[in-house]
Design a protein around this ligand. Structure first.
Ligand SMILES: Nc1nc2c(c(=O)[nH]1)N[C@H]1C(S)=C(S)[C@@H](COP(=O)(O)OP(=O)(O)OC[C@H]3O[C@@H](n4cnc5c(=O)[nH]c(N)nc54)[C@H](O)[C@@H]3O)O[C@H]1N2
Ligand SMILES: Nc1nc2c(c(=O)[nH]1)N[C@H]1C(S)=C(S)[C@@H](COP(=O)(O)OP(=O)(O)OC[C@H]3O[C@@H](n4cnc5c(=O)[nH]c(N)nc54)[C@H](O)[C@@H]3O)O[C@H]1N2
Ligand code: SF4
Ligand SMILES: [Mo]
Length: 756
């Protein structure tokens, strides 16, 4: 048996079935194909999750033949299963290999030349802008686009066309975390880094299935726990996930009630005098439930509604867990919170983020190694490309806002535009943007590196919006099975992953470069070049998009961020080539990068002679905010008609809509199709056995799925994954959004089940 075959089998054995037992599914070995030893290794970043693991791609005779973890990046050479199996995706023959056109609605896609495709596209956009105004065109991008692609699209639409119709899937993902950081601390993005894991003595993991969604970080947490005695892990999640199986305490609260849980923990902390008054008196202001300044006494009075005996009933958990969690959180030498979609994808997503920050501010568990509120990021470039780049409808690059006249003027100057070119009107958020497409207010849209026809909520409605006969939809898409292509009038063929070079910014403010390792298929082009060509043909001045390649775009983006609190001027392309990732702020070429933001002596944005150790410079008086956000419940709670909670989640083997991971036989076999997780109590009541076909019904639609009866879901909760393109589970979910972040509530709706 040759070594690649052995590796293959070893990795297969580590897949889903083994995950629970081993705690993770990790490979530190190279995954090689049978094509022999590489003659060079090219540095890059994993294509998948926001962990942002560094990879080395082994190339022989122009073909990628091996992949291994980059020992010099934060992952120290480790990769998870998906990451280590990227080569079969890269080398897959099932690709969009050339531009395609649908000459009439309802017809078939047929090949078209690049020249005709771009000419048609530019003409359609130009005509739409001339006839209906700039707000008739839109960009819907992705946290998987390269930084250079996202930056360029933003510049073309906001600065060139003069519309803020620029959105992307981070709205479905990180918008609530952005809202949380900006309202609590004044600036987006975490203050800590992954290295905090190695110093933390208590982990508060809430609404994150780290073991399946961020496996390499989970391994780091598990290693910390093994190597340091006394390290505690609290997991708060209505499902008994693989993550919770290594926890000292699993709090399986009723979905949505985590706001009450966290307020109640704050109550215990104050009543047992576990708070850090020296910290909060100096560094914290309080905000009342009405959004007006308040004080500590008001906060203490507000928390009376969440006394543990009441909160425990509401959350449906033992009261003792609240006390114990509060004590562990406050008393541990260094507490690190980690959270993800269980917190963000909620109508109270921003509020839930604020309440995590509250606990850190109340206890002073912040700004020391291991003490930090750390939001885990989903996609590989949601942070670097979309959040930092300001590629959402209300933002401008590097922390600037559309609504701020000074910020617009700054961007107009930087982009060499006449005053007033950038529209002062924030564009619609994602759901509203697709609704505008359905109404015909938006007529031309580019969808890039995202598959909304499978991933937006309330899909029956979205299908109608995407089917507007008046619309012109362009999809830049690498794989032909993405179902969004069914709605595209034009499909453009991109260079994929390491077939072009560019920067990803992962969850710890770290920017890493993926260098071009292999040539794309002959008719596939880097999206940066596609966008430049499109913009020129659509009539934008050539000097406005004077970029030969991604490096040119990167250098402009460095300049645009220079002097802001996002400063990464010091990250030259040359430096990124040499080093395995750098963490901003990084204002000059000799700067090593920043491990702790807001801390004097660590963050270059805090003056060295500042009188205080901490300076939350994003807020007017340099103090962070504790928010009194009442628990309100989900948009759709179970009732007599639909008595169960329904949630949606990820599985370790698949990436979102499966267009990539379903091409890897090992991953496909490990988890071939959608299912519904049901607790044994609920299954028995409905007369359902394991593997029975079950009808899952909500107010929107119904689907028939095989049952997985297990103790994973708490009683009263059922859960479905969304990777299976043949079972569009998002038809079941509602499109209620958080009024503050406009992120949809994918994590909670009401459902009923019966045996099919
Ligand atoms: N394998 C794999 N990894 C991925 C991805 C992938 O597709 N596949 N996608 C990446 C992306 S873009 C993202 S955003 C991340 C997502 O990473 P995670 O957020 O960790 O993943 P999910 O499984 O969507 O949701 C996490 C948990 O939220 C819990 N939850 C449900 N309701 C509630 C609630 O009311 N409160 C709380 N606190 N929790 C609740 C669910 O039970 C679930 O276990 O994963 C990234 N990593
Ligand atoms: N029910 C439910 N729905 C959810 C969620 C949930 O938890 N529950 N989570 C939401 C979240 S957090 C997210 S981030 C979204 C993700 O949702 P999407 O972004 O829609 O899902 P992906 O499958 O990641 O889509 C990426 C697309 O880009 C294509 N692609 C891959 N590589 C390239 C490339 O190099 N260039 C181009 N142009 N295309 C490429 C892929 O084939 C795929 O079609 O889903 C959201 N939807
Ligand atoms: S943890 Fe995420 S970034 Fe790292 S190898 Fe796995 S999928 Fe890739
Ligand atoms: Mo995400």
């Amino acid at each position: 048996m040759n070594s690649s075959r052995r590796n293959f089998l070893r990795m297969l054995a580590m897949s889903t079935a083994m995950t629970a037992a081993s705690g993770s599914g990790l490979a530190s070995l190279a995954h090689a194909s049978d094509e022999g030893k590489p003659d060079r290794w090219v540095k890059g970043v994993c294509r998948y999750c926001g962990t942002g693991c560094g990879v080395l791609i082994g190339v022989r005779d122009g073909k990628a033949v091996a992949i291994k973890g980059d020992p010099h990046n934060h992952n120290a050479g480790l990769l998870c299963l998906k990451g280590s199996m990227l080569l079969p995706v890269l080398n897959s023959p099932e690709r969009v290999t050339r531009p395609m056109i649908r000459r009439q609605k309802g017809g078939e896609l047929e090949p078209v030349s690049w020249d005709e495709a771009l000419e048609l596209m530019a003409g359609k956009f130009r005509e739409s802008i001339d006839r209906f105004g700039p707000d008739s065109v839109a960009w819907y991008g992705s946290g998987q686009c390269l930084t250079e692609e996202s930056y360029l699209a933003n510049k073309i639409f906001k600065g060139g066309f003069g519309t803020n119709n620029v959105e992307g899937n981070p709205r479905l993902c990180m918008a609530s975390a952005v809202g949380g950081y900006t309202t609590s601390f004044g600036k987006d993005e975490p203050m800590g880094t992954y290295a905090d894991i190695d110093s933390a003595s208590c982990f508060f993991i809430i609404g994150s299935n780290t073991s399946e969604a961020h496996p390499v970080l989970f391994r780091r947490i598990a290693r910390r726990r093994q190597s340091a005695p006394g390290v505690k892990i609290i997991v708060a999640d209505p499902r008994r996930t693989n993550t919770s199986r290594i926890a000292d305490m699993h709090i399986a609260f009723r979905p949505g009630t985590d706001l009450a849980l966290m307020h109640s923990m704050a109550w215990v902390i104050i009543h047992e005098e576990l708070d850090n008054a020296r910290f909060w008196q100096r560094y914290v202001n309080f905000m009342g439930p009405d959004g007006k300044p308040a004080d500590f006494d008001a906060y203490r009075a507000f928390l009376e509604d969440y006394r543990p005996e009441r909160a425990a009933k509401l959350c449906n958990i033992p009261e003792e867990q609240i006390y114990e969690a509060a004590r562990l959180f406050a008393e541990s030498p260094a507490t690190m919170s980690l959270w993800c979609m269980g917190i963000n994808q909620r109508v109270q997503g921003v509020a839930a983020n604020n309440l995590i920050h509250n606990l850190h501010l109340l206890t002073g568990q912040i700004g020391r190694p291991g003490a930090t509120p750390f939001s885990l990021t989903g996609q590989p470039n949601a942070c670097g490309g979309v959040r930092d780049g300001g590629v959402l409808s209300h933002l401008l690059p590097a922390g600037r806002a559309v609504a701020n006249p000074k910020h617009r003027a700054e961007m107009e100057k930087l982009w060499g535009l006449p005053e007033g070119r950038i529209s002062d009107k924030p564009g619609p958020h994602t759901m509203a943007m697709f609704e505008a497409l359905g109404r015909g207010d938006i007529r031309c849209m580019i969808i890039c590196e995202t598959n909304p026809a499978q991933t937006l909520p309330n899909l029956n409605k979205i299908e109608k919006c995407l089917s507007n006969p008046e619309s012109f939809i362009v999809s830049i898409e690498a794989f032909p099975d993405a179902i969004t292509l069914r709605y595209a009038d034009l499909v453009l063929a991109p260079a994929f992953w390491c077939e072009r070079d560019g920067v990803y910014g992962c969850g710890e403010r770290r920017y890493s470069l993926t260098e071009k390792a292999v040539e794309p298929p002959a008719q596939c082009r880097p999206t940066v070049n596609t966008l430049v060509e499109f913009a020129r043909r659509a009539g934008l001045p050539p000097e406005f998009v004077n970029f030969r390649n991604a490096e040119d775009v990167w250098n402009e983006w460095r300049m645009v961020a220079r002097g802001t609190t996002y400063d990464f001027w010091g990250m030259t392309r040359e430096r990124l080539r040499r080093e395995s990732g750098l963490i901003w702020p990084c204002p000059d070429e000799n700067h090593p990068g920043t491990d702790m933001r807001y801390v004097r002596g660590h963050d270059p944005m805090v003056p060295a002679d500042h009188p205080n150790r901490y300076f939350f410079y994003g807020l007017p008086d340099g103090k962070a905010l504790i928010w009194m956000r009442p628990y309100k419940g989900a948009a759709e709670e179970p009732d007599q008609e639909y008595p169960l909670y329904l949630t949606s989640m990820r599985v370790i083997d698949h990436w979102h809509t499966g267009t990539m991971t379903m091409k890897v036989p090992e991953l496909r076999k490990a988890n071939p199709a959608a299912f519904v997780e049901i607790n044994p109590e609920d299954a028995e009541r409905a007369g359902i056995a394991h593997d029975d076909m079950v009808v899952v019904e909500t107010r929107r639609d119904s689907l028939t799925l095989p049952a997985r009866v297990s103790d994973t879901c708490r009683p009263g909760l059922v859960a479905v994954p969304f990777f299976d393109a043949t079972k569009l589970v998002n038809k079941l979910f509602l499109d209620a959004t958080d009024p503050a972040s406009r992120e949809p509530e994918y994590k909670i709706c009401a459902a009923r089940i019966r045996k099919a």
